[in-house]
Design a protein. Structure first.
Length: 622
């Protein structure tokens, strides 16, 4: 069954739209400002000096190594401690993004395990005593676990207004971050090397670095909040069910993430394995593609024969002898000219050491089976509209860009139900499970803001609305985008008010491990998830024009969503109903292929699934 790791990757692919346009604008930053003498710090590994930003209100230290470069023999190994440096390190620039698609034909580097630290400007001499140290927020970027970097979003507003230390991190991506194969386990020195969860271990190593170093920047290693969006939120869930991450963080926020982890068979086996099929992009499938690419095998059968007859050491030698570009080339080839910088390979493995065995949603409902910390999870009301805008048959396009609607009614229903299912799996189900275990220390939200402008006759509030990724602009205070405002915010002052409210809640949660009434103390009370019927369940974030920030009481799970589709009179006929079901089956595990074939008495038989994969991935058909 295709897991939510595929879902999150699929849901992160359309980078030319609203939130990513804003990120692109902000990424076009000028050269780093000059070094600031009062940003000199002494760390266990050496001396470092940073820069002053935000008119001197914030200090930034960029490109700090938190592990040794995972290159050469360290590829596909657990991260090792970074080495000391001589002299004073000038922390002007962020480290390289991790190797990924999207360049010519790839970008980034395998030498990428660096982080950035941002703190309210203070000299080392003026840092307060430990009891006055500031809470720490660690940002885990999204991008389907195959693209992105920690430095894509300027965090200054959170630091400046919330009085927190903020750390943004890189972690290995795609087949460099998550790759499990018997040949690599054969040469592993311990269970972490054998796990295949190298991207997860990178995040854990970054959290260990925070615990060891953050006091030098004025941070409290005993008050660390992790937060991430999309795949970053998925990684937050993975840390909740990671025995290795226990004690490294004290609160967590997932924005549009889902709890997911795949089995070792799904991560490694061929897709046509008769007993336990692997997922597209598995290590077995990648090896077949690499052997054919290298000329060692003429076809799939020959590649499988070679793998069946070679000793593990020879297979490992082959893998480690490949260049970065060679490993990614099979995904480049199936990407074709789509320009899509994402690809799918299985990630987050149930290895029993780094990530616990079992489905994460079940672990989150079991006392003692996960790291129970104060937790917030939420989703955006119309998550899937970001992707529907570029892929739905109900949108008219010209030169690949949306220009209007073919059927606005069905497009809205697609977006409504896509958002409902995302909410069920990413917020209501896990939060409800955790609430029963850890009591009233879990909160949920729904992001409803949808006030984009009309651009060239196209109403973006209808096309995108409260789409995937939009809430990041508000959490990070990115509501003044210069010329880009005209295509992002219909009413920038209103957007800034909502952004201040969200930042207030997020940073108060980092300070007190409860969102309460925000740092300002005058926001609506954000009550924990209520168990009783009729009790408050979650907070809605919206503009004042559309009802403002307010509580709501309903709860949905995937069964509820499927039942609503079954009974919805707005869907005119089985073909329209099956379009909604097909969306669930093709992009998530909310509805299996078998479930799709049999739902509502088998009404979808006339519209079989063409594929359960929307992203470039390897399979036995390639």
């Amino acid at each position: 069954m295709v897991k939510h790791s595929l879902t999150v990757a699929t849901r992160s692919r359309t980078l030319g739209l609203l939130p990513f346009l804003a990120i692109a604008v902000l990424s076009c930053r000028a050269d780093a400002p000059p070094l600031a003498s009062d940003a000199h710090r002494s760390l266990p590994l050496g001396e470092v000096v940073g820069v002053a930003i935000e008119d001197g209100a914030v200090h930034a230290w960029r490109g700090l190594p938190f592990a040794m470069p995972p290159v050469g023999v360290r590829r596909w190994r657990a991260p090792a401690l970074a080495e000391p440096w001589a002299g004073v390190r000038e922390a002007r620039f962020s480290g390289s993004a991790c190797a990924q698609l999207g360049g010519d034909p790839i970008m980034g580097s395998e030498d990428c395990l660096y982080l950035d630290v941002f703190a309210p400007a203070r000299s080392a001499a003026s840092l307060l005593a430990d009891e006055d140290a500031l809470p720490v927020m660690v940002w885990i970027h999204g991008g389907g676990n195959s693209m992105g970097a920690g430095d894509q979003l300027p965090p200054s507003a959170l630091v400046r207004d919330g009085n927190v230390i903020l750390v943004t991190i890189n972690y290995r991506l795609g087949v460099f971050g998550w790759f499990a194969h018997p040949a690599l386990r054969n040469g592993a020195v311990d269970s972490e090397d054998a796990s295949g969860n190298f991207g997860t271990l990178d995040i854990i190593r970054a959290l260990e670095w925070v615990g060891e170093n953050i006091a030098a920047f004025g941070g409290d290693p005993g008050r660390v909040t992790i937060f991430g969006e999309s795949a970053g939120g998925m990684n937050v869930f993975s840390l909740l069910v990671s025995p290795r991450a226990k004690g490294l963080f004290h609160a967590a926020i997932s924005e549009s993430g889902v709890p997911t982890a795949v089995t070792r068979a799904e991560a490694e086996h061929y897709t046509d394995d008769p007993v336990a099929p692997g997922l597209p992009g598995s290590s077995g499938e990648l090896l077949v593609a690499l052997l054919r690419q290298s000329g060692r095998a003429e076809d799939r059968a020959a590649a499988k024969q070679w793998l069946a007859t070679q000793p593990p050491a020879e297979i490992e030698r082959f893998l480690r002898g490949l260049e970065t570009e060679e490993i990614l080339q099979p995904f480049v080839e199936i990407m074709g000219d789509s320009g899509m910088p994402l690809y799918f390979s299985p990630n987050i493995f149930q290895d029993g050491q780094v990530v616990s065995l079992g489905e994460p949603i079940e672990l989150l409902g079991t006392p003692g089976a996960y790291n129970a910390v104060p937790f917030i999870a939420g989703t955006n009301r119309e998550e899937t509209k970001l992707f529907l805008a570029m892929g739905s048959p109900h949108v008219r396009r010209r030169f690949g860009l949306p220009t209007g609607f073919v059927n606005e009614r069905l497009y809205d229903l697609e977006g409504e139900y896509g958002g409902l299912m995302w909410r069920a799996t990413g917020a209501d189900e896990p939060v409800s499970a955790m609430r029963a275990v850890q009591g009233p220390s879990v909160w949920a939200y729904r992001f409803d803001w949808d006030e984009e402008p009309t651009v060239l006759g196209l109403d973006l509030s209808k096309l995108l609305g409260a789409a995937h990724g939009v809430e990041m602009l508000f959490v990070f205070g990115l509501t003044d985008l210069g010329w880009a405002n005209r295509v992002v915010f219909e009413d920038p002052p209103s957007a800034e008010r909502l952004s201040r409210q969200m930042r207030s809640y997020w940073t108060h949660f980092a300070h007190d491990h409860r969102p309460g009434r925000g740092r300002s103390g005058d926001e609506p009370e954000w009550a924990p998830w209520g168990l009783e019927a009729g009790s408050s369940k979650y907070l809605i974030f919206d503009s004042e024009r559309d009802g403002g920030v307010r509580a709501d009481r309903d709860r949905v799970d995937r069964h509820d969503v499927l039942e609503r589709v079954s009974k919805d009179s707005r869907l005119l006929g089985d073909d329209e109903r099956c379009q909604i079901y097909r969306g669930f089956a093709q992009s998530s595990d909310a509805l299996s292929a078998e479930g799709y074939a049999t739902i509502d008495g088998g009404i979808c038989g006339a519209w079989p699934l063409e594929s359960r994969l929307f992203l470039p991935a390897l399979s036995h058909e390639n």
